[in-house]
Design a protein around this ligand. Sequence first.
Ligand SMILES: [Zn+2]
Length: 396
Amino acid sequence: MAIKVSKWKNGAQSPVLFMIDDLANLWHDKNKNGKCDIGEDWGHMGISQNSMWNFLNQNILSKWPNIKTTFFLVVGKRASILSHKRYTYCEDILGSEDFLEFINNLNSRNDVELAYHGLTHGIGGSDAKNFVQEWETFKNVDEAIKTTELGKEIFFKALGEYPKGGKYPGYAYNSFSDESIAKTGFKWWCRHLDFLKEDDSNLKDYSYDLEKFQGVIDIPTTIDGAFYSLKVKQYLLTRKYVKSTLLALLKKRTLEGLIKKRLANQQIISIQEHTSPVRTDDRIQYPNIVTDINNLEHIFSFLKLKDVWYATGSEIAEYNEKTESVDIRRINNHQFRLKLTSRKFIGQAISLELENGKTEEDVRIVIRGKEYPAIKKSTKLVFNVPITDQIYSIKT
Ligand SMILES: [Zn+2]
């Protein structure tokens, strides 16, 4: 019986990473009515009425409780897209007690991760096109490192721990940016909108698999939350639908087709979103959880029927590190050991799978007398076992 380390936890086909950019201590009263309406909040309103979190919770998280959300937090004052236009409220994450309490509550949940998304996100311009994304504002690697260290300290002051991962604001970076990420100690990072790169025939550097740069795990972004399904009729007459969806259709691409491809290849399904549609130039920030809500409901309903693992960025990166630290060494047909390249993960769980396990009755893995039962799947048996240097026996 062939046994191997599962690519993903529980032997799932794909991990699902729900990524929401630009959590910030910010509210913009777009219609100037003096109160928070749905879509205006980037996080500042915490758990109050019409806040970003309440909207997300009521419409998505309470309906699909298995979802894990990774927020990308801008720790300083989030830059306005137009330099001459201010948000109604904008402070750094230490700027208000209520917000501090809110993000600490988020951070203590095991279905939420807070990751790093810059000190300011960038510098506003005279028009939207002139906005410069944060990592493109740095003159050299030292400046990038210094600013990122400063941002990490604000994160630490607010939350009592450092961020493990993050994302370049606007997915924009230059030749020395990666070095600044590696040298400031991040375990994982998001660099590419891979689903866009796929369209550019000149570029070959997109990948739907995890990659590594300078020791940092690069998690790809594979699904745009504002790429609408043809099955979600609410968007049929919107400009966004006509622009993006019809163009994709010409390339014979559908949302469901993209997700199915990721599943078939055991690749990550990482869904990109933003907290709010509101920008100071009055255009809609796409993708965003409010405008895209019907599409998100469709995506999560679709995924409910699939064998996926809902995970945060750090959980995906850590599972990947574990799989790279072990190698299966057969002793005989019924026994094997794990060859460990690192002892760092001893005692932690990893998923192993028996291919063509015929889902026989009562197959177990036994380690020092302790039995681990199988999770039965259609074509394989999966075992969640601890990483040890003991003998693993397959008991049938
Ligand atoms: Zn952003």
